[in-house]
Structures are given as structure tokens and as C-alpha cells.
Ligand binder design. Structure first.
Ligand code: T3D
Length: 258
């Protein structure tokens, strides 16, 4: 277990995936990308998994692409198409909530993983660093899609061009993270939110992810059509029936993810 590049732990409907190369601040190499993808594939298929938490071992979340792995002359396009891009799509498309728990620095593609998650909780110790410009690269792994949508274009350009570290409190002020908590409270607070998500109407959450992803690129009229189509799916779920029944019985709903 200690040797795995991505550690897995499952409890109360929550699958926690921990990036595990603390000696290099959990920098991402090809096998790690593969393990993450595999873990998400399995999580997608497993009805017991109703929330995914992504975090880092040790003091860092993730320092981005392992710079030792990049060699002159390598087929970078193939690397991106095979390892990086499918992972980001997977994080967005998995029909279960993904909570990034940012326990330390998140740099480059590590920050992109945070951006691609659905919700973000950071420790007051955490820092965000776009890093790309520092090594003469452009933002990737979905960063140009997510960051301007979260913080606005002007701030995104500043964060990329100057690549100054962004502290957690400032990231919260900008709307980049949902919660900032002291480091000693991070795991408890993250578990609290993750378990609450895992007890939610999983099917409806999945449909919500679909709707949001599409709405970012669509006009109002097609968004209305798509929402209506998804609502007819949600309407037929057991969780919706339970939610309606619980409302009239004046009790909290017991969602089962079906
Ligand atoms: O394929 C693609 O996707 C191509 C595109 C890539 C997208 C990217 O992600 S580009 C950006 C890549 N990431 C970076 O440029 C960040 C590099 N790291 C840093 O700038 C610093 O490490 C941090 C600011 C994140 C943290 O600084 P600090 O002082 O806390 O730690 P450190 O001493 O720099 O790092 C500790 C160790 O981790 C160190 O190893 P050593 O000297 O003890 O043997 C360092 O080399 C290693 N490390 C940190 N980041 C990476 C790394 N090793 C490989 N790749 C890294 N990204």
C-alpha cells in the first residue's frame, strides 16, 4: 500500500485517492496518471462509491508534471493525449462529486487537477502556483478552460504570466476554493463534507455535472432543452421519489444513490 503511487481508502461511500510521491511533492509521472485514471474508472463503475476525494501525501497536494520525465525530443503531444487530457475529462465526467482537498502546494498540472474538481477545500497552509510560465510552458490540463471561468480573465492572465504563489485565503476570496480551514482541521472537515456528498442524491449530482459542463459552452435555449431532458431522468430516480416522500413526511431524506 505504501508503494502505490495513488493510495486508495474507502469509507462511508467516500473513496479517497491520495497522490503518493511525497519525496517530489507528488509530482505527476505517467504511471501515476495511469493509476489515477484506473481508480476513477473503477469508482465510476462501483455503486458503493458516491463521492471521490483527491488529496496529496505529506505536505504537498501536487507539484504538477514531473519535470524529470520531460525530455527533449519526447512526443509531448502523445503524452498529453494519452495521460493528461483523459484524466481531466474523467474528473469532469465521472457522475459523482469530486472534492479536492488541498493540503499544501498545488502547482502547474497539480493546480489544474484542483480546478477540474467539483469542489475544493484548502488548508490555510496551501498555496496555488500556476508555475507554467516559470518553466516556459503554457497552461494545460484544462487550466485555460477552468481558471478564467472561476476567477475571471484578468486575474487568470496575471496568475499565469507572473506566476506568483496564491495563498489559500486569497484563493478563497477569488472564488477558486470553497472552504479554507486550519491544517489540523482539514481531514475532519473534508470527511464531513465528503460524507454529506456521499449521502446525497448521487444520480442527480451526476446529472448536475453533465448540465453544468454543457451550460458553460451553450446558449440559453439549448441549455433549457438539455436541463429539461436531464430533469426527466432525475424525476425517475428512486432518490427523487424518496426526497419527495421525505418532504411530506417532514423528515430528512435517505438517499441511496439510485
Ligand atoms: O506533460 C505535461 O503535462 C507537460 C506540461 C506540464 C504541466 C506542468 O505541470 S508544468 C509545471 C510543473 N511544475 C513546476 O514547475 C513546479 C516545480 N516545483 C516548484 O516550483 C517547487 O518545488 C514548489 C514551489 C512547488 C515547492 O517548492 P519547495 O521549496 O517547497 O520544494 P522543493 O525543494 O522545490 O521540492 C522538493 C523536492 O521535490 C525537490 O527534490 P530534491 O531536490 O529534494 O531531490 C524537487 O526537485 C522535487 N520537485 C518539486 N516539483 C517537482 C519536483 N520534481 C519533479 N517535478 C516537479 N514538478
Amino acid at each position: 500500500m505504501a508503494d502505490e503511487l495513488v493510495q486508495r481508502a474507502f469509507e462511508e461511500g467516500v473513496l479517497t485517492l491520495t497522490l503518493n510521491r511525497p519525496e517530489v511533492l507528488n509530482a505527476l509521472n505517467a504511471p501515476m496518471f495511469q493509476e489515477l485514471q484506473q481508480a476513477l474508472r473503477e469508482a465510476e463503475r462501483d455503486p458503493e462509491v458516491r463521492c471521490v476525494v483527491l488529496t496529496g501525501a505529506g505536505n504537498a497536494f501536487c507539484a504538477g508534471q514531473d519535470l524529470r520525465e520531460l525530455e527533449e525530443g519526447m512526443d509531448l503531444l502523445e503524452h498529453m493525449r494519452r495521460y493528461v487530457n483523459p484524466l481531466i475529462l474523467h474528473l469532469r465526467r465521472i457522475e459523482k462529486p469530486v472534492l479536492a482537498v488541498v493540503n499544501g502546494v498545488a502547482a502547474g498540472a497539480g493546480m489544474s487537477l484542483v480546478l477540474a474538481s467539483d469542489l475544493r477545500m484548502a488548508s490555510t497552509d496551501a498555496q496555488f502556483l500556476t508555475a507554467f510560465a516559470r518553466v516556459g510552458l503554457v497552461p494545460d490540463a484544462g487550466a485555460t478552460y477552468f481558471l478564467p471561468r472561476l476567477v475571471g480573465l484578468a486575474k487568470a492572465v496575471e496568475l499565469w504570466a507572473l506566476s506568483e504563489p496564491l495563498r489559500a485565503e486569497e484563493a478563497w476570496r477569488l472564488g477558486l476554493v470553497n472552504w479554507v480551514v486550519p491544517p489540523e482541521e482539514l481531514s475532519d472537515r473534508a470527511r464531513e463534507v465528503a460524507v454529506r456528498l456521499a449521502q446525497g442524491p448521487t444520480r442527480a449530482y451526476g446529472l448536475l455535472k453533465r448540465a453544468l459542463l454543457r451550460s458553460l459552452d451553450a446558449d440559453l435555449s439549448s441549455t433549457l432543452d438539455y436541463e429539461a431532458m436531464l430533469q426527466t431522468v432525475a424525476f425517475r430516480t428512486e432518490d427523487h421519489i424518496e426526497g419527495r416522500r421525505a418532504f411530506f413526511e417532514k423528515r430528512p431524506p435517505r438517499f441511496r444513490g439510485r
